[in-house]
Write a protein that binds this ligand. Sequence first.
Ligand code: ADP
Ligand code: MG
Length: 424
Amino acid sequence: MRKKGVHVKENINNFTFKISKETEVTMNSAKNLFQKFLETKPIFKRREALTISFTPQSIPHREKQINDLSRILAPTLKGGRPSNVFLYGRPGTGKTLISRFVGSELESISKNNGQNVKVLYVNCKMKRVADTEYRLMAYLSKLLGKDIPFTGLPTDQVYRIFFETLDENKQTVILIIDEIDALVEKTGDEILYNLTRINQDLKNSRVSLIGITNSLGFIENLDPRIRSSLSEEELIFPPYNGLQLQDILKERASMAFVPGVLEQGVIEKCAALAAQEHGDARRALDLLRVAGELAERNADKKVTIKHVDEAQEKIDIDRVLEIVKAQPRQSQAVLFTIIKLSERNKEIQTGEVYDEYQEICKKYGFKILTTRRVSDLIAELDLFGIINTKIISKGRYGRTRIISLGLSNSIIKKLKKLLYEIFI
Ligand SMILES: Nc1ncnc2c1ncn2[C@@H]1O[C@H](COP(=O)(O)OP(=O)(O)O)[C@@H](O)[C@H]1O
Ligand SMILES: [Mg+2]
């Protein structure tokens, strides 16, 4: 080891010796280049405080939901089975945070109380966790301390192992199923039916379910038998307003930033923008974090309102690019067509799209879909918010759909570049 160290040192000396006049000049300018980064003070004290996974110290403006959920789960402490409960509200309204917070409080209080309570949390949007009934059962068993191979067994056997593990001890299990709509979408609703009936067969333990969803229509479309047992209780999470978002941001900002780096009005601006986006606290935190990152990247001394505007643009661009990247090739081809047409005309009629779409398919060697399928893809792009469509009446000529691209020029430029890269 020691020998190696000496060796390196010799090399360095050698290297220094050989530096030419020219290299010295570039090295000096590099020094200037980085100088401003050395001189500026850091922006962040603890950036993680603005990330999703961070658990805040206080949870303002959710007293009602916290109290209600605690009241619903409280029978656990007396050995009873709490009602199943359904939590719903738009994204970023604190559903995940509050269910996990109340769950962990319950676990620790019951421990002190000598009760055996386990809170299991599963997010059904997580890959490879809830893609199939098998995987979900295997995952839940693992949380209960029983390893099941991730493939290979018949599903009913996996179910039985889960059931037996559950019933091994006298215990109350609170099962939080987050993004429950994704589970039903992927596996159907039978699994929920089984879970809501599970207590009938358990001898020692009992299970209560907390279902969570952003999708307000989901519960209405559920099989009525599942629905009535899953939502013995319901808790609604309304959107935050601008002032509430300011309170949430202030606490996180005081942990995340070096004191004094936030210009007056930055928090208010992030809160106001997120309030417009259906009161989404995640959006508010993202705006503040990205604004800070942009300031840091620029070696600016303060985070300003201009950084917040840039952050908004950056987040929007990233979101659109993410969605488009995940689309099937045909849908990307339709979008490409619409972008091309919109360079000529702000408003596009559906009929025009199909002609140009065929040209693009020929050019890049894609299969040409029917008009019907293309129109479905257009409707999907609208649903994702990438394009806007509206139906207009043309009097006795019937009705037609008009398409426009509701995106800023800089996003369109980036999208075009992305699609070119994908197609070539
Ligand atoms: N009342 C609140 N106080 C502090 N942070 C909050 C509050 N509500 C939400 N957050 C934060 O906002 C983000 C989104 O909340 P989350 O619980 O994931 O929303 P949902 O599950 O409803 O989509 C998380 O980072 C969370 O910590
Ligand atoms: Mg959530």
